[in-house]
Design a protein around this ligand. Structure first.
Ligand code: NAG
Ligand code: NAG
Ligand code: NAG
Length: 251
């Protein structure tokens, strides 16, 4: 190939804003490990899976009440790695790892250090099986102190930093959902954020109703695509919703 053509290919790769490296020929599968903020009925996991386009697919293994320790002890982590083992030959097997809401409780028996160690263990296991860990920082809670309608309590700050550190320690991808979700609800404010609340009286500021699941599932999908633009083709876009989310407007 002439140097001119080579230069053109590299240049067009840069202009497109994409890495010059080729995309994988295997479609992705997404296995979602996490607590209730990932799980069906209250989390963003099913919202994320709903955005996938065949042949991409996934399984929501999120478990209500789970800490990193109980997810392991209860066999849910074995379920997750089992899916990776079964599918890694045919699918690029991604595992979202998103905990913190239960680990952070003083009664959990999981210190912040142990939490970070467990995240590292999970990421390393996924990698050792040939899968791709996506360390996903905890969805923010939507608690606004009185008179602070655009300044939600940053209650998962330390858990976010632990997820970032675990990603760094394992050379894994960080999906910084905590930062993006906190920034978003602070931009739209308490009243608009209430629309995502779980429960008949919409008073549950941790879990998501189906609409909230769709919004934050889309947010995670967009963050995954940002982290790996090769995956964009496997998601059904919803430009209206993405524009609202990233334009800091109520969805
Ligand atoms: C794995 O988890 C999924 C989602 O919770 C569940 O449907 C499935 O039955 C589990 N499989 C095993 C072998 O535990
Ligand atoms: C937001 O709340 C924190 C305490 O939670 C406080 O330190 C900070 O000043 C507040 N920011 C604004 C802009 O009010
Ligand atoms: C896209 O998102 C908007 C805003 O949430 C929603 O009203 C619409 O139903 C979504 N479209 C599809 C096809 O899901």
């Amino acid at each position: 190939m002439s140097r001119l053509i080579y230069g053109f290919i590299i240049l067009s790769g840069l202009v497109m804003g994409r890495p010059v490296a080729e995309c994988s020929s295997k479609p992705p599968a997404f296995f979602l490990a996490g607590d209730s903020t990932t799980a069906p009925d209250g989390g963003w996991g099913d919202g994320l899976l709903a955005t996938l386009k065949k042949p991409a697919w996934g399984v929501n293994i999120g478990k209500s009440g789970a800490t990193t320790a109980s997810f392991l002890a209860g066999g849910y982590w074995a379920n997750t790695t089992g899916h990776v083992k079964d599918n890694v030959a045919k699918y690029d097997s991604y595992v979202t790892i998103s905990f913190g809401h239960n680990d952070q409780k003083s009664t959990s028996g999981v210190t912040l250090q142990k939490y970070q160690e467990n995240l590292i263990k999970f990421a390393n296991e996924v990698k050792s099986l040939g899968g791709k860990p996506l360390l996903t920082s905890s969805l923010t809670r939507r608690v606004f102190p009185s008179g602070q309608d655009h300044n939600a309590t940053d209650s998962l700050h330390d858990q976010r930093l632990a997820a970032i550190a675990a990603a760094k320690a394992t050379s894994s991808t960080i999906i910084d959902l905590n930062e993006a979700s906190l920034k978003y609800i602070n931009a739209i404010g308490k009243k608009a954020a209430r629309e995502f609340n779980y429960g008949a009286d919409m008073s549950d500021t941790t879990h998501l109703n189906p609409h909230g699941g769709a919004v934050f599932g889309r947010m995670v999908a967009d963050l995954i695509i940002r982290a790996d633009p090769c995956l964009e083709q496997y998601f059904t876009p919803n430009k209206t919703l993405s524009d609202l989310i990233w334009g800091d407007l109520p969805a």
